[in-house]
Design a protein. Structure first.
Length: 336
């Protein structure tokens, strides 16, 4: 692990916005049950142990089949030239007679945790409602595999999925990229790569609390230091694992940190959300604004009192509102 270059706030950080009371209670209850697994940050040498702890309650095939609603298949597909094969987990609606839309899922985990099953059960709630397939990609993790390994794996999986859509029973013109946290940043990066390489165009991109900016210097990153989940220290560790000494420097490419892109025109319609009480709030707002400024379409939601991953931690009114807003956006997108 490289030495991290810390960014200092030019002025004392203002106090953070207050947590939604119902969410705060849910976070406290989750922290009491999970202990050290629920906290704002960690040390780099804790990464292996935290990875192991995340495997203690694995997502099973039965969890994903949903009592027969989905058929599962795992495929190894070609990676980028010179790279290893990429593993895809494919969940198809059982008995679908015609090509269906697909969600291309990129899991979260700060570039350093997670696998293709991370966060997938919640995503299947949307897929079951809209009759879509889900293709979830297993990308290589940093720091063992720094940039460009993760994004190239994600892009290679999308290229294969679009090229084999007929075989998979998928409509190649109706593939939506979806990702949370690091997954949201990688979906944004894949959309940029597809535009710039002339690759398969996504119908839309759902960026949930996306990890977009390696500079880690927004007001929200300073406000939320030591609070909630995934604070600025954790963010430095994640970006440092991905980029090494380049983190925060002048030569970070947009396919590593999409906030670095100078041109956000020609991108698929975006749904972007975040909590008001999280590190990624301001970079999410800025990314949506820059899509609008480039003539694109984006829907932005900042959930008041929400911390990073609030709707995955606490079953609160705000969590239900966030899920309903995403369903509404997907309904409008797929109805076109």
């Amino acid at each position: 692990m490289t030495t991290l270059r810390r960014t200092r706030s030019p002025v004392p950080a203002p106090p953070p916005p207050p947590f939604d009371p119902e969410l705060a209670a849910g976070l406290a209850a989750a922290a009491e049950m999970a202990g050290e697994a629920i906290r704002p940050s960690f040390n780099p040498d804790e990464i292996p142990a935290l990875r192991r702890s995340m495997q203690l309650q694995p997502v099973t095939d039965d969890d994903l089949r949903r009592s027969g609603a989905f058929e599962l298949e795992e495929r190894l597909v070609p990676g980028a030239p010179g790279d290893p094969d990429v593993a895809l987990l494919i969940c198809r609606p059982a008995g679908a007679a015609a090509p269906v839309p697909a969600v291309y899922h990129v899991h979260g985990g700060g570039m350093i945790f997670g696998d293709s099953r991370t966060g997938l059960p919640a995503l299947l709630d949307y897929a079951e409602k809209f009759g879509t397939a889900v293709v979830s990609v297993q990308y290589r993790l940093a720091p063992e595999h720094p940039h460009p390994a993760p994004v190239e794996d994600c892009y290679a999986g999308l290229v294969w999925t679009a090229a084999h859509a007929t075989e998979l029973g998928i409509n190649p013109d109706r593939i939506i990229g979806v990702g949370f946290s690091a997954g949201g940043g990688l979906v944004a990066a894949v959309a940029l790569l597809a535009r710039d390489r002339g690759g398969p165009a996504l119908l839309g991109q759902v960026l949930m609390s996306p990890m977009l900016d390696d500079r880690n210097d927004t007001p929200s990153s300073f406000q939320m230091a030591g609070i909630g989940l995934w604070d600025r220290t954790a963010n430095e560790i994640g970006w440092g694992a991905l980029l090494g000494d380049r983190r925060g420097g002048p030569d970070v490419p947009p396919y590593a940190a999409p906030a670095r892109a100078t041109d956000l025109s020609g991108l698929p319609s975006a749904y972007i959300d975040a909590g008001s009480c999280e590190t990624f709030r301001d970079e999410a707002v800025a990314y949506a604004a820059r899509i609008w400024q480039a003539g694109g379409q984006a829907e932005l939601h900042i959930w008041p009192g929400g911390f990073h991953g609030f709707d995955m931690i606490a079953q609160a009114a705000l969590s239900r509102d966030a899920a309903a807003a995403r369903r509404g956006w997907l309904h409008r997108l797929l109805a076109d």
